[in-house]
Design a protein. Structure first.
Length: 121
């Protein structure tokens, strides 16, 4: 299970609220609520009940599968990251555009996620 220290975590949501992310200094985790590929990702996660994407401070973006509750109670509500505004936290930089969210780490690895597609690099 991935644990993030609560005091060191920041979060943000896309303007539509469809993409939600949380970042510590060394891990970024994002979830897309409604997507064309969600059922396929969930099938790949087998018996665990949550799928999303993660990015470490040095590695490539990955599909993330997690079992059990990601939050103690209701998921937190995060401030909205406006279109075109770049948000930096620790090793990560993210920008949301009409086409989707792109996040990268200092090594140039990252992920692009949207309602219709995703790309991990």
């Amino acid at each position: 299970m991935i644990a993030l220290a609560i005091a060191a975590v920041i979060g943000f949501a896309s303007p539509t609220g469809n993409i939600d992310c949380e970042a510590s200094s060394s891990l970024l985790v994002c979830h897309v609520t409604h997507s064309a590929y969600g059922k396929q990702l969930q099938a790949g996660c087998r018996t665990v009940d949550w799928n999303g994407f993660s990015l470490t401070a040095t590695g490539k973006g990955q599909v993330l599968c997690s079992g059990g509750a990601m939050f103690g109670g209701a998921p937190p509500r995060h401030p909205t990251l406006r279109y075109g505004v770049r948000r930096r936290h620790g090793a990560f930089a993210c920008v949301v555009r009409l086409s989707g969210l792109t996040c990268t780490n200092r090594r140039g690895h990252g992920m692009f996620v949207s309602r219709t597609s995703y790309r991990l690099f």
